[in-house]
Design a protein around this ligand. Structure first.
Ligand code: NAD
Length: 339
């Protein structure tokens, strides 16, 4: 896919749409990003046929139905927003063959992957299909200035989790490992400034570059225990996506790195610390990210269900037993990091 990167690159949208031969595009956003969608409408003039601003987390089927209606007559879409909006663009590409341009405004990384997801009756179905890749991605750090500090923090930790799991993925390669290490380095160096000074362009640029790198290795490798855990916690207990990743990351790192010396070494270099799990934990504290699953709404009663849904799968890296998983989850529930 094509990628345009840099401050002000939103202005390259119209030529990108022209290059793709699109004549009638629908602009997708969440309700909160309507103003940005209107800015896109203005940039595209008569090529934009309207805005659908109903994107929601995990792509519920009623949202897909409404967006499909709104897209009638369109020959493509522009998805401007985080993983929720880009996820909707992916489903329209999958169901209705509508090509789309993604303009990511968080660090989730969905724009770099062939993974789609949609939710019906509280169950999220996911799959992989090349059809859902955006034709073009525009990364404009200026669009992330207003990403709230809390979301910037958790979204950045979410991206770092992609990189960590890419480092011990069964289908990793020297290139994906290089990309993953650099992604963590870029985010670890920039997130404290991003959270303290949201309008710092250099830090926002480095963070978005890190998110691109982390998204690229999410798309190129098979994720493991961390992503399965977060998928179950989000899907079954409706825990918020990026916050859940942020809480779980140091715990899975502590568990997995015990038997993954190469991953540990890469993360030591990237985080600049001898103990990467502690490094993730200290970073999460510094960024003010949530630290326990309890504060996200999980209770001890829920743990057995999570263990049941997670333990049966095969993961790369350290073997996962029910006992070990329960103890990891208990620590994550209370925010006790055992290192
Ligand atoms: P999100 O897209 O739900 O955005 C979170 C909130 O932040 C929204 O209210 C949004 O309007 C707001 N927001 C986004 N960018 C903003 C900005 N720059 N300024 C101000 N407000 C902004 O959250 P997310 O974490 O990006 O995405 C989560 C979803 O993406 C989940 O459903 C997850 O499963 C999916 N996801 C999919 C993949 C994949 O490969 N398919 C990868 C990562 C995430």
């Amino acid at each position: 896919m094509r990628v345009v990167f840099g401050a002000g690159s939103l202005n390259r949208l119209a030529p990108e749409i022209d290059a793709l031969g699109l004549k009638k595009v629908l602009v997708l956003s969440t309700p909160g990003q309507r103003a940005l969608a209107e800015q896109v409408m203005n940039l595209l003039g008569s090529t934009a046929i309207g805005i659908f601003d109903g994107a929601r987390m995990h792509v519920p089927v009623d949202v897909v139905e409404a967006a499909t209606k709104a897209a009638s007559g369109a020959d493509g879409c522009v998805a401007i927003g985080g993983g929720s909006t880009i996820g909707l663009g992916k489903i329209l590409a999958l169901d209705a063959d509508l090509p789309f341009v993604a303009i990511p405004t968080t660090y989730a990384g969905s724009e770099m992957t062939t993974i789609w997801g949609r939710t019906e009756n509280a169950r999220k179905q996911t799959g992989r299909d090349r059809k859902v890749l955006p034709r073009s991605v525009i990364y404009d750090p200026a669009l992330t200035f207003r990403l709230p500090s809390g979301v910037s923090a958790t979204s950045g930790l979410n991206a770092m989790a992609h990189a960590m799991e890419a480092l011990y993925a069964p289908d990793r390669s020297p290139i994906t490992s290089l990309v993953a290490e650099e992604g963590v380095r870029s985010l670890a160096a920039s997130l404290p400034t991003v959270v303290a000074h949201g309008f710092d362009l250099a830090a926002r640029t480095d963070a978005l570059r890190g998110a691109w790198l982390c998204g690229a290795c999410l798309g190129a490798t098979t994720m493991g225990l961390h992503h399965k855990l977060c998928h179950v916690l989000g899907g079954t207990f409706d825990l918020p996506h990026a916050d859940t990743h942020a809480v779980v990351l140091p715990h899975v790192a502590a568990y997995m790195l015990a038997t993954e010396p190469e991953t540990e070494a890469a993360l030591q270099r990237a985080l600049g610390t001898a103990a990467p799990a502690q490094g993730f934990s200290a970073l999460a504290d510094r960024l003010g990210a949530p630290r326990s699953l309890a504060e996200l709404g999980l209770t001890e009663r829920d743990l057995d269900t999570v263990v049941e849904q997670v333990v049966g799968n095969v993961y790369s890296g350290r073997p996962v037993t029910a006992l070990a998983l329960r103890s990891l989850l208990l620590a994550a529930l209370h925010g006790d990091i055992e290192l």
